[in-house]
Design a protein around this ligand. Structure first.
Ligand SMILES: [Zn+2]
Length: 449
């Protein structure tokens, strides 16, 4: 056992020992891909799902059994927007600690963004991340940069990055300001059938601003980040996608206007997907008062109650395709022990994402459990062109067991991430991953004595 925190157990992966057999008994098996929603037993052997039926196969004696009565058994969750900080800022997070946090959050796969130091903008750097991820408790799919060094000047070599394992491209952290370069990137991406993941921000409109532009920023006397700084780029990138026929995915949607623009584009048949993050559909700019909590400083910023409500509508009607955490670890010197204006943008989220979704989307009946599995497993896998996100017989055994009734309080000191900058410190949540199975191995358990 790696370590134990707050009734949690995390197990290391020894790649030299092949995975054994597991029987998951009597859980509510939810697999939208196969239309499954039933009380069933799942048999796993040597890393593969071998049976899903009312009973385990006769003669199958698993090495380990999991009693999943009262729990949901779902395809392993995937978070397609995380920052693992390696290479370059291993003091904030590493591939190893970030994947432990992912396993503890119920994720069996993550896609990591390229804004590391150096930037993931060529074959060797993509290969480095893939190799570092191999012995980890969770699958890692690197995203390459759109432009070399994220400088917005010259395209990165998409082909060689894809060959090395990149599953998409993004200059996350900023927009590609030149429409010409973005158009070329979209055309180039089509040859490899990869999504271009768009961080939508007109940086002229956001310069020197640290929170949402609204009545609240006016009252606090702070320069604001206006909604249109996001919406202008959402609209431009949709127009470029429509023009080129390329596939785009819009990251961290935070405004009502973005939801409207995306909804209209989808109705026209534009080939786009998008995500929002747990903090945008739970918290608002007013939550910054009176404490100026730097742990609620992110980019895009927390918006208004109206934006939050429209995001919830977008999640309910499917305009918003997936939930991603935008897990962004920061150390105290950059985040906690500084004034609001000097603090870095970003919050961690891998270990709270599922609990927040269960509490605020399932608990408040915004979506049902099927939609949760789609938005956190099936669809992100589909967007990145991966085979995961299903419990089909013969599929790789990436499985998350969810206890929807467990009540818990978010305690940053019980987290596996190297950083502590959560926006949900002290929140009372309902539901968590009680067991995470990665490639046929139990890597994480919670709730058992
Ligand atoms: Zn990000």
């Amino acid at each position: 056992m790696l370590n134990k925190k707050d009734n949690q157990k995390l197990y290391p992966v020894d790649p030299t020992v092949p995975p054994g057999s597991i029987g998951i008994l009597n859980g509510r098996v939810i697999d939208p891909v196969n239309g499954t929603d039933d009380r069933l037993c799942v048999a796993v052997d040597k890393g593969t799902i071998v049976s899903i039926a009312p009973e385990l196969p006769s003669g199958f004696t698993p090495d380990t059994t999991i009693d999943a009565a009262g729990k949901w058994v779902v395809p392993g969750l995937m978070d397609m927007h995380v920052h693992l900080r390696e290479p370059g800022r291993e003091d904030r997070e590493t591939i190893e600690t970030g994947t432990r946090a992912a396993s503890a959050g119920g994720f069996t796969a993550v896609a990591c963004m390229p804004n590391t130091n150096p930037v993931l903008d060529e074959e060797s750097k993509i290969r480095y991340v893939v190799q570092r991820g191999e012995p980890c408790t969770c699958r890692i799919y690197p995203i390459g940069s759109i432009t070399k060094g994220l400088e917005g000047k010259e395209l990165s070599p998409f082909g060689e990055m894809v060959r090395a394992g990149a599953r998409g491209v993004s200059d996350d952290g900023k927009s590609v300001i030149s429409s010409m370069l973005m158009k070329n990137a979209l055309n180039y991406s089509k040859s490899f059938d990869i999504p271009v993941i768009c961080h939508c921000e007109d940086s002229d409109l956001t310069k020197g601003a640290h929170m949402n532009e609204s009545a609240v920023s006016t009252r606090l006397g702070m320069r604001g980040i206006p909604s249109i700084s996001e919406e202008i780029m959402v609209a431009r990138d949709i127009m470029l996608a429509e023009y080129t026929g390329a596939r785009i995915h819009i990251a961290h949607v935070s405004t009502a206007g973005s939801v409207r623009i995306i909804r209209e584009a989808k109705a026209r048949g534009v080939n786009i997907t998008c995500e929002t993050c747990p903090h945008y559909f739970t918290l608002i700019d007013e939550d910054l008062i009176p404490a100026f909590d730097t742990y609620k400083k992110m980019n895009p910023p927390l918006r208004t109650a109206h934006d939050r409500d429209v995001l919830l509508e977008g999640i309910a009607d499917g305009t918003i395709d997936i939930i991603a955490s935008d897990h962004a670890p920061h150390v105290s010197e950059d985040k906690k022990d500084v004034e609001f204006e000097a603090a870095s943008f970003g919050v961690i989220g891998l270990e709270t994402s599922l609990g927040v979704v269960l509490t605020y989307l399932i608990g408040k009946k915004v979506i049902d459990p099927h939609r949760l599995v789609e938005r956190m497993s099936c669809v992100p896998n589909r967007i990145l062109g991966l085979s995961g996100g299903t419990l089909s017989r013969g599929a790789d055994a990436d499985i998350t067991v969810i206890d929807p009734d467990a009540r818990w309080k978010v305690d940053p000191n019980c987290m596996y991430s190297k950083s502590r900058n959560t926006a949900f410190d002290g929140f009372e949540l309902q539901g968590y991953a009680s067991c995470t199975i990665s490639q046929g191995r139990i890597v994480y358990e919670r709730g058992a004595a």
